[in-house]
Design a protein around this ligand. Structure first.
Ligand SMILES: *[C@@H]1O[C@H](CO)[C@@H](O)[C@H](O)[C@H]1NC(C)=O
Ligand SMILES: *[C@@H]1O[C@H](CO)[C@@H](O)[C@H](O)[C@H]1NC(C)=O
Ligand SMILES: *[C@@H]1O[C@H](CO)[C@@H](O)[C@H](O)[C@H]1NC(C)=O
Ligand SMILES: *[C@@H]1O[C@H](CO)[C@@H](O)[C@H](O)[C@H]1NC(C)=O
Ligand SMILES: CC(=O)N[C@H]1CO[C@H](CO)[C@@H](O)[C@@H]1O
Length: 772
């Protein structure tokens, strides 16, 4: 959700001029738009006009001053969000749903869609904030009324950082319909923060003779502290202190406030809560009794006084069952899952409402006068298409505009001009019938989407399904007709009044080109340029990240190694090497902060290699010394295990009597060889000090262990030959399977203790080894 356009607090203070925040509402606006100019004063970064008159943001990028359009700034954020999602999901992300305030006009919506396009994100829907919240509410509800029952009415109230929005929705089983929306686009949590900031600025001025507004950093810190204070006051009605150390001129400042004081301070803001609520009830003709639940979301609804006002208006407790900060984003995620073929989600249909009535204006050919018609009334269902019919002899122009400019929080009420081209009179000189489809699409954006001219066709053939039969009418006014959400042109055959039934003639529809001139449009050329720039920046960021990672790796190595040299690694390096290496580490550290601060990636990679040439042998000796005793012990245990088995075999133990003599000799031979190898290794290692490279490496011990197991394990785990079950009862029967010679051999051997190198399988079946 673009409402999450909040950057790290710290970053905002330390890089105040280069941290861009709260830019969502600059979308689709001109630089000299009064709203932009007013906001500009409160920003810690610079806004500048773009060549096309739009809003540009001036920041340092790669040590150079750059101006980015607001679409590019949002694109950067979307890139970051896309990368985050991709690294979490471990797959590429291409589809998204982006939320917008319901009061966003076409220009603002188109600009945000452009931002998504810059990043190559396929925006399946621009979703109104409150509709996303409603979907998040409804889709999990199991107890919604059946279609034939009265729908459940729920009011959603959202007060976020900068705006206050409300909507009323009707819920049926697996369906939601937005009945109406209302808003105060300039009332949000930040206004409450602003009240606190103004109050403390005045207090600091009189108490400390300091002016926080004179210094951006100080003012930002005060904003952050006031936001925290506001949050504390929401849960605590006693006096809450405000303390900021070293605020300005090395002065610590302090103050305090309590909730009742705060509410008094914000009385005018609290008063504004009621107006959108009244407007909503009036538009939808709902009474408060009709409302089943009032769900609140948005950070600022945590302010007790805000909650109270809403509850008082509806005469019932407000519900906070939704996640106040994430309800919008979750709704968007659900909508995206519903729309994307990649997911299987429960069917849930969403019908939105157009927030502003939209009208069309045209010239009438005959009297050169104007005609106006409201094509979409306030709260008309959306998405939706309508077909209008005109009678014209030539191309004509339609102008779309918001019919109620005062209700639209945007300085321009015009939406765009559309020229319907290639219109010509019929062969007999009569006016042609032109059908124009107008549409509010899934993003809430108006368009004149298609136009076609109905031409009579001379043909004796019977009716063709592709040909629409129509009755002529000389009406000068356009005939409006609506089709459903899926843009089906309605079949009007059955609806013709009887007197209009003239002889039918066959017709064909000829598509007409439409030239659209929209009030605010980025244009293909700029968009393509932004796409290219964004691609380059993504590459650049990737390189920069790799370079930084390489630098950090050097830094990390220096610190980690220095720590370990005076700790676990100490014994594994001789005095002389320690001196040299410590000096190199210190030198590298200094280099990192001086001439090596800003080097190419390869320079850091090489530096790390140099350090590792000295460090790795120490590290290896340490690791070897850690692993060696464990591995030798394991090897010793295995040797003893196989020697014991060999001993038991020689003692004619029943368990191993089935094993072939020759096989067992292989085991004995291997055991004695490994014992010898191990004793040699141990004594060689005993002559080495810890700061010398080891005489035997753990990899060698592992190999020996493997070799031993490979030779011995298959022999000792040989299964016993099967015997008949009755015989099994008598253990002596097993012996009968063996030839007497075998037994003799067994007995003979077992009486002779073996003497193989240092391996002494004695009667106790133990071997002696020098373990370190
Ligand atoms: C609920 O279903 C009824 C009957 O089909 C319908 O009249 C009504 O408009 C529906 N309500 C919603 C919110 O879709
Ligand atoms: C809040 O502060 C005001 C002004 O300092 C004071 O008069 C009032 O008693 C305080 N209320 C509480 C509950 O502390
Ligand atoms: C309210 O804030 C005051 C001052 O910070 C503190 O002493 C008190 O413990 C807090 N009370 C609660 C219930 O948090
Ligand atoms: C704060 O410091 C600035 C410059 O360091 C100085 O001009 C100003 O007078 C100081 N203000 C106060 C109130 O001490
Ligand atoms: C304004 C107008 O002509 N509306 C008509 C649109 O079509 C429906 C039937 O599909 C008619 O009932 C309306 O009168």
């Amino acid at each position: 959700s673009p409402d999450c356009f909040k950057f790290l607090e710290i970053l905002q203070i330390t890089h105040a001029h280069n941290t861009v925040s709260n830019f969502k509402r600059f979308h689709g606006r001109a630089f000299n738009d009064p709203f932009v100019q007013k906001e500009k004063e409160k920003l810690s970064y610079d806004l500048v006009p773009m060549k096309n008159g739009g809003v540009g943001v001036k920041v340092m990028y790669m040590d150079e001053e750059h101006i980015f359009s607001v679409e590019q700034i949002s694109a950067m954020l979307l890139t970051k969000l896309k990368e985050t999602a991709e690294s979490n999901l471990k797959k590429p992300v291409t589809d998204c749903v982006i939320s917008v305030p319901s009061f966003f006009t076409d220009a603002e919506r188109r600009s945000l869609l452009d931002a998504a396009q810059i990043v190559g994100l396929n925006c399946l829907r621009l979703m109104n904030d409150m509709t996303a919240v409603a979907l998040n509410y409804g889709i999990y509800k199991q107890d919604l009324p059946a279609p034939e029952e009265k729908p459940r009415i729920v009011v959603f109230v959202d007060m976020g950082h900068s705006a206050f929005q409300v909507s009323a929705c009707a819920f049926n089983k697996s369906k939601l319909k937005v009945l109406g929306t209302a808003f105060d686009p300039f009332l949000g949590g930040r206004n409450f923060d602003g009240k606190l900031v103004d109050y403390f600025c005045a207090e600091i001025k009189s108490k400390y003779k300091l002016d926080p507004k004179a210094k951006v950093r100080a003012l930002l810190r005060l904003y952050q502290e006031c936001e925290k204070l506001k949050k504390l006051m929401s849960s605590n009605s006693t006096d809450i202190p405000l303390n900021i150390e070293c605020f300005m001129n090395d002065t610590d400042v302090s103050g305090k406030m309590n909730r009742s004081q705060f509410e008094e301070l914000c009385a005018d803001l609290l008063q504004r809560i009621e107006m959108p609520l009244l407007s909503l009830m009036e538009q939808t003709q709902l009474k408060v009794e009709d409302v089943t639940a009032v769900e609140i979301v948005g950070g600022a609804t945590r302010i007790p006084a805000v909650k109270e006002r809403i509850a008082k208006f509806f005469g019932k407790d407000v519900s906070t069952t939704l996640n106040a900060d994430e309800a919008i984003a979750r709704g968007c995620a659900l909508q995206c899952a519903i729309l994307s073929p990649a997911f299987k989600v429960r069917e849930f249909s969403v019908t939105d409402a157009t927030p502003f009535p939209i009208s069309l204006l045209w010239n009438t050919e005959a009297e050169d006068t104007e005609g106006v018609h409201e094509v979409f009334s306030r709260n008309h269902a959306a998405p939706f298409s309508k077909v209008l019919t005109f009678y014209r002899k030539g191309p004509f122009e339609l102008e779309a505009f918001y019919s109620d400019p005062n209700g639209v929080p945007y300085p321009e009420s015009k939406i765009g001009k559309y020229i319907i081209q290639n219109v010509a009179a019929q062969k007999d000189g009569e006016k042609s019938k032109v059908k124009v489809k107008v549409r509010v699409n899934t993003h809430g954006i108006f368009s004149v989407s298609t136009a076609s001219m109905v031409e009579p066709v001379k043909s004796e053939e019977s009716e063709d399904v592709n040909v629409e039969t129509e009755v002529e009418s000389q009406d000068q006014r356009p005939i409006e007709n609506s089709s459903d959400v899926k843009n089906k042109i309605p079949d009007k055959k059955g609806d013709q009044p009887p007197e209009a039934k003239k002889p039918k003639i066959k017709v064909k529809n000829v598509d007409l080109p439409i030239e659209a001139n929209l009030v605010w449009e980025l244009g293909k050329e700029l968009l393509n340029m932004y796409i290219e720039t964004e691609g380059k920046m993504i590459m650049q960021d990737k390189l920069e990240k790799e370079r930084n990672d390489a630098k950090n790796a050097v830094e990390e190595y220096v610190y980690e190694f220095r720590d370990k040299l005076s700790g676990p690694y100490e014994k594994f390096v001789c005095e002389k090497d320690l001196q040299g290496f410590s000096a190199l580490l210190t030198e590298t550290e200094g280099w990192l902060y001086e001439e090596g601060e800003d080097e190419a990636k390869q320079v850091y990679v090489d530096k790390l290699e140099d350090l590792k040439k000295l460090g790795t042998p120490i590290e290896t000796r340490y690791q070897e010394a850690e692993e060696r005793p464990k591995l030798l012990e394991e090897l010793g245990h295995r040797l003893q295990y196989y020697a014991t088995i060999a001993g038991e075999f020689r003692n004619k133990d029943e368990k191993y009597i089935h094993i072939d003599e020759m096989e067992m000799m292989k085991v004995e031979k291997c055991v004695s060889e490994v014992v010898e190898w191990m004793n040699n290794a141990v004594s060689a290692q005993a002559k080495k000090s810890l700061d010398q490279d080891p005489a035997v490496h753990s990899s060698e011990i592992k190999a020996k262990l493997q070799e031993l197991n490979n030779v011995c394990e298959p022999v000792v785990t040989q299964p016993k030959p099967k015997v008949d079950s009755p015989k099994e009862e008598n253990p002596l029967n097993e012996r009968s399977d063996f030839k007497p010679e075998d037994m003799g051999e067994d007995e003979k051997n077992s009486e002779m203790p073996q003497q193989n190198g240092e391996c002494h399988p004695s009667d106790q079946n133990t071997i002696s080894m020098d373990l370190d």
